[in-house]
Design a protein around this ligand. Structure first.
Ligand SMILES: Nc1ncnc2c1ncn2[C@@H]1O[C@H](COP(=O)(O)OP(=O)(O)OP(=O)(O)O)[C@@H](O)[C@H]1O
Ligand SMILES: [Mg+2]
Length: 256
């Protein structure tokens, strides 16, 4: 059995009296795609914030590639090969698609941002940026100003920027949120292709069940901060507790 790349034990985050994440454990093996699902407020983003170093856990531990990373600052965690996307797009609207990726690569390679114009003539960075754009199906849009991209393409550019830090573990927070069904299918296909390349291990939060079942090797279901269930898509689909939690929420909403 392969050693887990990410190993989380009893992770907890409380805000005042709210248990946003409450004693959750999870192992993620290299090259696996694990989906983190659960209703709004289940604690998914908080879980990510602790893995990526943006929030200090109240208790519990996070090990990555055999080393404890609990409470390390975001830049240290990013250097170790963990990179995340945000629920909100985070790109330079005025720069071209290609330049956005080059800025990310330049930052990764430790060159000053002021060197961007020079870096743009740096063959290695040009090739790497282009390679990433190709992987996200954005190569035809390379010279467009990022601000004019469709919402779906902006989210893809954001993933290219995330991949520019050469991560092994990629945390995607609702990669298809706000997309049309067609954009959703396209993005799901591209993430599937990245996962199948064997270059990355993915943790994905997502509300769209067609995306979750199309992508995940394994699913962790969170509910009110706690781990409700974990298993293969097939096991989760048929889990009575999961059905009850989701149906329960819908019934509560319908009643209110
Ligand atoms: N910085 C914060 N301060 C106080 N409470 C917070 C903070 N961040 C999250 N929470 C609370 O923690 C709980 C979990 O929130 P979180 O954003 O992690 O859920 P989520 O599963 O990502 O939800 P969504 O599906 O809506 O993105 C919620 O009750 C939320 O109000
Ligand atoms: Mg969230």
């Amino acid at each position: 059995m392969t050693e887990p790349l990410l190993s989380i034990r009893d992770l907890t985050k409380t805000f005042g009296g709210v248990h946003a994440v409450d004693g959750v454990s999870l192992d993620v093996r290299p090259r696996e795609t694990v989906a983190l699902i659960g209703p709004n407020g289940a604690g998914k983003t908080t879980f990510y914030n602790m893995i990526s170093g943006r929030m200090m856990p109240t208790s519990g531990s996070i090990h990555y590639d055999g080393d404890e990373i609990t409470g390390l600052p975001p830049h240290r965690i990013s250097r170790l090969g963990i990179s995340r996307s945000f629920q909100i797009t985070n790109i330079f609207q005025e720069l071209s698609v290609r330049q956005n990726v080059e800025v990310a690569l330049t930052a990764y390679h430790g060159k000053a941002l002021a060197m961007l114009r020079l870096a743009s003539r740096d063959r290695e960075i040009i090739d790497e940026a282009y390679g990433l754009l190709e992987r996200l199906g954005l190569e035809a849009l390379a010279e467009q100003r990022a601000g004019v991209l469709s919402y779906g393409d902006k989210r893809l550019l954001e993933i290219a920027i995330v991949l520019a830090t050469r991560p092994h573990l990629v945390l995607l927070d609702e990669p298809t949120a706000g997309m049309t069904p067609e954009e959703t299918r396209h993005v799901t296909h591209l993430i599937r292709r990245l996962a199948d390349s064997g270059d990355y291990t993915f943790l994905v939060t997502e509300h769209d069940m067609s995306v979750v079942f199309g992508l995940a090797d394994r699913i962790l279901v969170m509910h009110r901060g706690q781990r409700l269930a974990e298993g293969t898509p097939e096991e989760i689909r048929n889990d009575p507790e999961v059905k009850r939690a989701y149906l329960g929420e819908e019934e509560e909403e319908a009643a209110s």
